[in-house]
Design a protein around this ligand. Structure first.
Ligand code: DUC
Ligand code: ZN
Ligand code: ZN
Length: 465
């Protein structure tokens, strides 16, 4: 009988605070020993020359989410989690979208049914609240938070999803009382509608108009308002998918007033610009997401936020639609008017490799900061820490082994999601997670799938302190 199920030997370990060399021993799905020259395992992996990191946690992904009449998301839980796994992730946090009139518990049941037995990574859910009735706020949310659904997302844009300020205040107040975490999508819907009408009247309906009708001011104003509402209620919030320096400035100012706010950005704001939406003919539809990618100057601002600590979270905002598909970007109406192009782009598999290559290997951030931005801070923010998000005795053995020399050119053909393109096609990456371990089970072994659909489990979250 072996003492351990698995030993990972000779690797360079990194957590959000330290980089050091040691062996890691795993038993019954947990890390049980970290030290020198461990022995006695059923299997050993030699990680010489490799980095051994906590499995990535992507806390902002959309999977199998209803997206309007005739539109279908490109990923279900099988393909979405498989793609995530190959990108070095071991936990995903998708959204459960409440449809108006449907109780949140009912919504959750559907998502659990979609995920059950399908996942290659662990999952934990956020709730999108778009119908905050008295019953939802007074009974449903507190009970659901107690059951492990401890994060809520609210939208300030999209006619059928957005909450007005009164509803946001009430939702924030319930979150404060129940110690839930609120994520806010900050864009001013009235301003967008005003601009969309003008663009349509002038016949400017190509994909680039998506970016032109959602300028920085639309996001900056809503970010300021969300932060002010959180300040009034006195509750921590997360501002998701920040795309520009002016919204970042709002965060910094709010922090200096004592508002507890976490900031998230995503690969599209580091790697893409609005010019991509102006691609040949309707190719620009491949890059339509909200907020839209901006300018090279704003990319630099976002890199500064990654480097200096304005951002706490780096997520993919994976929201995949097929491009050349009547149920995707090129749906019959989307082919003729940007307003009908579904918002969102795929990215769950390349999120970490992009930050590893462009951020860590290019010297913009160190390895602990990479780990914090891609894993630890997600677990801490959304109630999965210390079970997830770190390498320590007693934590789940969710581990990604990175080869810092492996080179890839991003090609959708090599990825595992259900879309038919990657917005990052052709980008050259150095460093890739070649072996991925979930709860002690080797799921990807030197680039080959060894895990099974259903190995990933649902994990409830705890509330913040
Ligand atoms: N908001 C998101 O969070 N994801 C994709 C689209 C959107 O508007
Ligand atoms: Zn959003
Ligand atoms: Zn999103």
């Amino acid at each position: 009988m072996s003492t351990y199920d698995l030993i990972i030997r000779n690797g360079t370990i990194a957590t959000a605070s330290d980089v050091f060399k040691c062996d890691i021993a795993v038993r019954d799905g947990k890390i049980v020993q970290m030290g020198e020259k461990l022995s006695g395992a059923g299997r050993e992996i030699d990680a010489s020359g490799k980095y051994v990191l906590p499995g990535g946690i992507d806390s902002h992904v959309h999977i199998s989410q209803p997206s309007g009449a005739g539109i279908v998301m490109a990923d279900d839980f099988e393909t979405g989690s498989l793609s995530a796994l190959f990108g070095g992730n071991t936990t995903l946090m998708p959204f459960c979208l409440q449809e108006r009139g449907v109780p949140l518990r009912e919504t959750l049941k559907h998502y659990h049914a979609k995920a059950e037995g399908q996942c290659y990574t662990d999952v934990s859910f956020h709730l999108i609240v778009c119908d905050p009735t008295d019953a939802v706020l007074g009974q449903d949310i507190p009970a659901l938070v107690a059951d492990g659904y401890t994060s809520l997302k609210v939208f300030m844009t999209y006619e059928d999803l957005r909450l007005d300020d009164a509803a946001i205040l009430k939702t924030l107040d319930v979150a404060r009382q129940s110690k839930a975490t609120v994520m806010v999508h900050c864009e001013n819907e009235d301003a967008i509608r005003f601009l969309v009408e003008k663009h349509e009247l002038s016949g400017n309906v190509k994909p680039l108009a998506h970016a032109q009708t959602r300028p920085v001011a639309v996001e900056r104003e809503a970010t300021h308002r969300a932060l002010s509402l959180a300040e009034i209620v006195d509750v921590p919030i997360v501002i998701v998918h920040i795309s520009n320096g002016q919204a970042m400035d709002e965060l910094s100012r709010a922090r200096s007033r004592g508002v507890k706010v976490l900031g998230e950005t995503c690969p599209q704001y580091l790697m893409l610009t609005a010019d991509d939406l102006d691609g040949m003919d309707w190719e620009g539809a491949k890059f339509v997401c909200s907020p839209p990618p901006r300018t090279e100057a704003e990319q630099k601002e976002c890199w500064t936020g990654i480097e200096t600590g304005i951002f706490d979270l780096f997520s993919s905002d994976h929201c995949p639609f097929r491009f050349d598909d009547p149920q995707g970007k090129l749906n019959p109406k989307g082919k003729t008017n940007f307003r009908h192009i579904p918002n969102g782009i795929p990215g769950v598999e390349v999120r970490q490799p992009i930050l590893f290559s462009e951020g860590f290997l290019k010297g913009r951030i160190d390895l602990p900061r990479f780990v914090a931005l891609t894993s630890t801070n997600h677990a801490k923010t959304y109630g999965l820490y210390p079970r997830k998000g770190t390498l320590s005795i007693g934590a789940d053995a969710d581990i990604a082994i990175w080869d810092p020399e492996e080179k890839h050119t991003i090609r959708h053909a090599d990825l595992h999601d259900g879309s038919d393109y990657s917005p990052y096609e052709g980008i050259e990456i150095t460093g890739w997670p070649t072996t991925v371990i979930l709860g002690g089970k080797v799921m990807v072994d030197d680039g080959k799938l060894t895990g099974k659909k259903g190995d990933g489990q649902y994990r409830p979250a705890t509330t913040h302190a």
